[in-house]
Each structure stands twice: as structure tokens, then as C-alpha cells.
Design a protein around this ligand. Structure first.
Ligand code: PEP
Length: 443
């Protein structure tokens, strides 16, 4: 940005024309300098490097043709893109919204967008997508193009002529122009509560769970694919593992873009097909794009799953390239009897007993899930969870266990208390059951 003077001297009229054209209507041009470029070019004209009338003529033409090109592109390509009803960005709904918007505010938008970096490039494309009437578009394009493409260089030219040594302040002036250009946009965003909320949410979603792993275990929910798809879209964020019931895995795998896919269980043998009615193999899961698999959940242990079976499942998962999420946890009676550590140690040592192949290509997740906290609304205190997680880490050390391991807490985690756990660097993430059925509340 600050090397505009040598840049303009190098690229000359043709280069300025090209940048203005690209910036006005080519998708790829949105990052190019605009206001600052044409203002500085006007200033250079005042210093005799360019002819001001040739300059404003070329900028004006480049701006108007660029916008028209963007419009034509949007009109042609828009309907093709927006046919894909269910993609995140390109939804038919957005096409209709663009139509309504440009019918109502099209003229004003085309003129104002000229002065807003980034928006300048997308406004004419969207006007085409929204099928704004072309003659109306062209008239506002010409007005906006003239105000911007003639006005700003003339301002640079005028100041260059009347203010002595203005080149010393050119950087400041350019920064001021950029500030003035973006301030209507910022003002608009700040005064609109919804837009403000959306931006804050987007920022939070980006940073909130960074470096942590959040596993959404939907258990035997929901009942329909439609609801599952809706939930998956809402939970589709980085650092999230969505674990739907088996019947929805394939469809959810197609929906999610940022989240990873998990399964709630797997068959304990590496069978590669076979007569095991009702079971699902590791390779079947892998073929559906599953990365994580929960093993030894207390709800399955309560149905009779033994530590030996759990141990085989862990090995089968690792052998097939799945990342197991091994659940361990004590019951209330065991806790009250002071046997928590003993129980956890036993569950870990049996579950991991099969792992002779210790290589760093594998990863293991352990979820400390006290049974009394699961689905009860009565979560373990974050301090107690922290102690248990440290205990698990130390126990693994005594096993001389070298797989990279993350340790999560699970048990009545919800959007209100999640950060009480995640604030500890030792807690690598959380496993969420019931509350994950409303994923939007976490972002
Ligand atoms: C779970 O299913 O492992 C779990 C932790 O459930 P909830 O969050 O509902 O307690």
C-alpha cells in the first residue's frame, strides 16, 4: 500500500486501467488497491508524471466496464451456482434475498459500494446474480464510476497542486481515505445488533475451542434424517467431532465441512466382513469417512460390554486407522467408597493391554466420564475433573504408554459450563451428550 508511487510509475496508464477494471468486477480483484491507488495517481498527475484528463478518463472507463463485466458474470454464473440448494454459501435463499435487495436498494448500493474496498468488487456481481434491471444498473454504475473514478483522482490532483509538499503526507492521506471508505460499512455493522452478533459469533467460533476437541455424542438421537442434517449443519465447526447414530453417518459425512465424523461403537474384531449380525466393522466406518470412534461408553458397559471386549475394540480401531475415544469412569458407589482411582486405573490397564505396537502414528483419546455425571445435569466439578485427568496422565506414564493421547472430560457438559473445563490447559476437550442435540448453543 505504501509503495503506490513507484508502483504507479511502473505500471502507467494501462496498469491503472487494469487494476481498476479487475477491482471493479473480477472476483480475484477484491484485494487490489482502489481508493488509495487512484488518489495517488491523481497526486502524481499534479507532479507532472501523468496527464490528469487521460487518467480520469481511463479510470472512469475501467470502473464502468469492470462493473458491467461483474454484472454479466453474476447474471450468467449466479443461477448455475445457486442451483446447489444445500451448500453453505450458495443457497437458493440467498439468490432470492439478492433479488429483493437489489430491487429495493440496488441503485444506492451500486453507488455506495464504489467507495467500499472489497464490497466494490462483489456488489456488481451480486447485482447480476439478483438480476437487477440492466439499464438501471448501468445508470447507477456510471454515476458511481464518475463520483469515484473522476472524483478521487481529481481530489489527489487538486491537493497536489494547492498543498506544498503534500507528498510527505501521502501515506497519512491514503490511510485517511481508507478509513473514510470503510467507516460506513463498519458503522452499518456496529449499529445493526444482528450483524454485530453474527460477527462476534463467527470470531468466537474461530477462537473459542482452538486447540481443544469437542465431541458431540448424539447417542440414539435424533429420530429423522432431516433433524440430523439440521443439527450437523449447526455443529459444523472446527475442532468438533460429530458422532451421530450409525444410520445417519453417511449423510452427515456429506454435510459437514469443518467438523470431523465419529461413530458410537465398532465391532471388536478386525473381521473384514462376515457373519456378525447387527455389527459394524472398522473398515466399514473408515469407508464412510469416520475418523473417531467411541469405545467403552458407560452406557454400553452397562449393557454388558466387558473390559476385554473394549480392549479388542481399541486395538481394532487403531489397527484400522480410527482414533478411539476410550471412555472410563466410576459409578457413584465406587466414588463414595473411595475407589475412583483404582477403578480408573483398572479400566485403563485392561483397555490398553492389547497395545504392544506403540508407535507415534497412532492417536488415542481418553474421556474421563464419571457415570454419576452422565445425563444427570450434575457435572463433576472442573477442579475434580482436572485432578482425574492428571491422574490418568500419570497412570499412562507408569504404563510406559507412548501414544499421543488427549484426555477429555464428559458428563453434563453444556454451553454454560463448557469453558469452566476448557480453561484448564490439561483438559484437552470435552465429550458432550444431551446438550450436543442443540449444537448452535455452543457457538
Ligand atoms: C455422554 O454421553 O458421554 C455424556 C457425557 O452425556 P451428557 O453430556 O448428556 O452427560
Amino acid at each position: 500500500m505504501f509503495d503506490l508511487i513507484p508502483l504507479i510509475k511502473t505500471i502507467g496508464y494501462l496498469g491503472i486501467f487494469g487494476i481498476v477494471f479487475a477491482e471493479s468486477g473480477l472476483f480475484i480483484g477484491f484485494f487490489l488497491p482502489g481508493d488509495s491507488l487512484i488518489f495517488t495517481a491523481g497526486f502524481l498527475a499534479s507532479q507532472g508524471f501523468l496527464n490528469i484528463w487521460n487518467l480520469v478518463f481511463l479510470i472512469f472507463i475501467g470502473a464502468v466496464i469492470g462493473d458491467s463485466f461483474g454484472y454479466a458474470f453474476g447474471k450468467k454464473v449466479g443461477p448455475m451456482i445457486f442451483k446447489r440448494e444445500d451448500s453453505f454459501l450458495f443457497h437458493k435463499d440467498n439468490l432470492n434475498k439478492a433479488k429483493v435487495f437489489y430491487e429495493k436498494y440496488g441503485g444506492k448500493a451500486i453507488i455506495l459500494a464504489r467507495f467500499m474496498p472489497g464490497i466494490r468488487t462483489f456488489a456488481p456481481i451480486l447485482a447480476g446474480v439478483g438480476r437487477m434491471h440492466y439499464s438501471k444498473f448501468l445508470s447507477f454504475n456510471i454515476i458511481g464510476g464518475a463520483l469515484w473514478g473522476i472524483g478521487l483522482p481529481l481530489l489527489g490532483y487538486y491537493l497536489g497542486n494547492v498543498v506544498p509538499n503534500i507528498d510527505r503526507y501521502i501515506v497519512l492521506i491514503v490511510l485517511f481515505i481508507i478509513f473514510i471508505s470503510v467507516s460506513p460499512m463498519i458503522w452499518h455493522i456496529l449499529k445493526d445488533k444482528n450483524a454485530r452478533g453474527r460477527i462476534l459469533n463467527a470470531l468466537r467460533a474461530k477462537t473459542k475451542y482452538a486447540g481443544k476437541l469437542i465431541v458431540f455424542n448424539w447417542k440414539m438421537n435424533p429420530e429423522t434424517l432431516e433433524s440430523a442434517i439440521d443439527m450437523a449443519k449447526k455443529g459444523d465447526h472446527k475442532n468438533i467431532v460429530i458422532v451421530p447414530p450409525f444410520v445417519f453417518i453417511e449423510e452427515i459425512g456429506k454435510i459437514i465441512k469443518k467438523a470431523k465424523l465419529g461413530a458410537q461403537d465398532l465391532f471388536y474384531k478386525d473381521a473384514g466382513g462376515g457373519s456378525f449380525t447387527g455389527e459394524i466393522s472398522a473398515s466399514e466406518l473408515i469407508n464412510l469417512g469416520v475418523k473417531y470412534v467411541i469405545v467403552g461408553h458407560s452406557e454400553r458397559r452397562a449393557m454388558g460390554e466387558s473390559n476385554e471386549i473394549i480392549s479388542s475394540k481399541i486395538k481394532t480401531a487403531l489397527d484400522n486407522g480410527l482414533i478411539p475415544i476410550l471412555c472410563v469412569g466410576e459409578s457413584l458407589e465406587q466414588r463414595n467408597a473411595g475407589k475412583t482411582n483404582e477403578i480408573i486405573q483398572f479400566q485403563l490397564s485392561t483397555a490398553l493391554s492389547n497395545l504392544k505396537l506403540i508407535t507415534s502414528n497412532f492417536q488415542l483419546i481418553i474421556a474421563y466420564e464419571p457415570i454419576w455425571a452422565i445425563g444427570t445435569g450434575n457435572n463433576c466439578s472442573p477442579e475434580d475433573a482436572l485432578k482425574m485427568i492428571e491422574f490418568i496422565k500419570n497412570t499412562l506414564l507408569t504404563f510406559n504408554f507412548k501414544l499421543p493421547t488427549k484426555i477429555l472430560y464428559g458428563g453434563s457438559v453444556n454451553p454454560e459450563n463448557i469453558n469452566d473445563f476448557l480453561k484448564y490447559k490439561e483438559i484437552d476437550g470435552v465429550l458432550v451428550g444431551g446438550a450436543s442435540l442443540n449444537p448452535e448453543l455452543f457457538f
